[in-house]
Write a protein that binds this ligand. Sequence first.
Ligand code: AHR
Length: 544
Amino acid sequence: MDRRTFLNAGIGAVALGSAGYARQTQEDSRIEVILDEPGAIIAPEIYGHFVEHLGGVVYDGIWVGENSTIANIGGLRKSLIDALKRVKPGMIRWPGGCFADQYDWRDGVGPRDKRPRRTNFWVDDGAWPANANRKGPQSYDPNAFGTAEFVHFCEQTGAQPYFAANLRSLPAEELYRWLEYCNSPAGTTTWSDVRSADGHPEPINVKYWGVGNESWGCGGEFDPEDYASELRRYSAWMPKYGVDLRVIGSGPNDNEYSWTRRCFSKLARDGHVHGIWGWAAHHYAWNTTGKSKAEWNSGKGDALHFDAEQYYSILRSADETEAIIEGHWEVMAEHDPQHHVKLVVDEWGAWYAAGTEPFAEALLGQQNTMRDAVVAGLTLDIFNRHAEKVGMASVAQLVNCLQSLFLAHEDKFCLTPTYHVFDMYVAHQGGQSIRTMVSAPHVSYSWNGVPASLRGLSSSASLKGKTLTLTVTNPLIDTVRETEIVLRGGKIQAVSGQMLSASDVHAHNSFESPNAVEPKRLLNARSRFTLPAASVTQLEIALG
Ligand code: AHR
């Protein structure tokens, strides 16, 4: 279809809301979808989640207990299971995070009433709200939620389990024993008998095993060469039980390319580069320029109250994910030119200052606005565009912590704008990534007096048979964008979709007002769109 036919095709009248800022309209953007340049399949595991024993994630968030008056399935919060199932979680990573390198898996198996209580890794964190009960399960873990309960949660939601094994404070033998508990055939080992008594007679066949977490920091403060040696020692002779084990090494923070380079050089010297399947990178978005721990904590912005500069600085930080993926991929190629090892972005999301926790024990809990929906749209688009590089990813964290999909406390529950973005992106899972070319002027703004810029529009596309899914994020805080969509190598037959936007970019859902931000369906949409400021759109295009 040429440009004239497109323009004649009319306007899909879908302008919704404003962002609480002066409105302008810009008519200078265009998205070309290059159908004859297909890329890799988008792994469902890119749409993964992260569950750590941190604040209100596990206790109250997921685990309410079998005797609770809150609707539950074997102690797991039912409303959360129902909603999570809908967004088809490809994978769930557990039990941490920093918690993982202090966790003894044996504490969380066997009869629940006999399990030990242990001090949680996060007990001394500086971000606890002053009125939090510091003696509850968030500080002293009763271990009611252990391996069998987590696996039950994965089964209920259809996710693959991804375990983060303790490297800092347990020997390699414990990793083998945990594997034995999970994967050894029924009736063959003492641990398989314990598993059976825990409700899983058949092997769980856990495939994804991380060795340590942030091993450059809370995971042991290793230097890269020492970590690479440990990674090899822990993973070289793991018992397989017929499972295609996928070992994930603890990769870099942000753009710390030297961690990747030095670890891969050491793994290459030891002939173990292909002993791993994935390389975990973490990247959080925050709007502090400070690098020291103190500046980092004091400089973080508020989740609910922000101006345009703070808005853009978070988006810009999230958008750096693309350069980080490309940068580490290039470095990994120095010792893995065929790219057998995939990137696993197993912690991503926006991280704000304390103060908007859904309840006092939800350490690192924060509210989630339309800004976070835009962060999610930008980030998931990046993963889709780099489907050949990103094997898995998980947003931090599932519930009540950082950029959550859910807020849950006692009998109160709500979905966040980030949840709705995951819901809108479901159709990308398992699709073939298709190249898009976006033409839109960059956004210019200043951050702490320094000029900065951000892409003016983001998109990604995937194809399943004759159905094209196109997602588009307009990051402009105050500007509605008129956009034309042009297909190269195909014709549009029909377009439908959904759009997430709000009259104010600070809009969010809460226990009192759970439906303040919700997507709206686009009916009889066309190829020319009005994208509201700070919005995320999903289009399903039937090809002729
Ligand atoms: O997600 C919170 C923490 O952030 C994780 O425990 C850790 O891995 C990261 O630093």
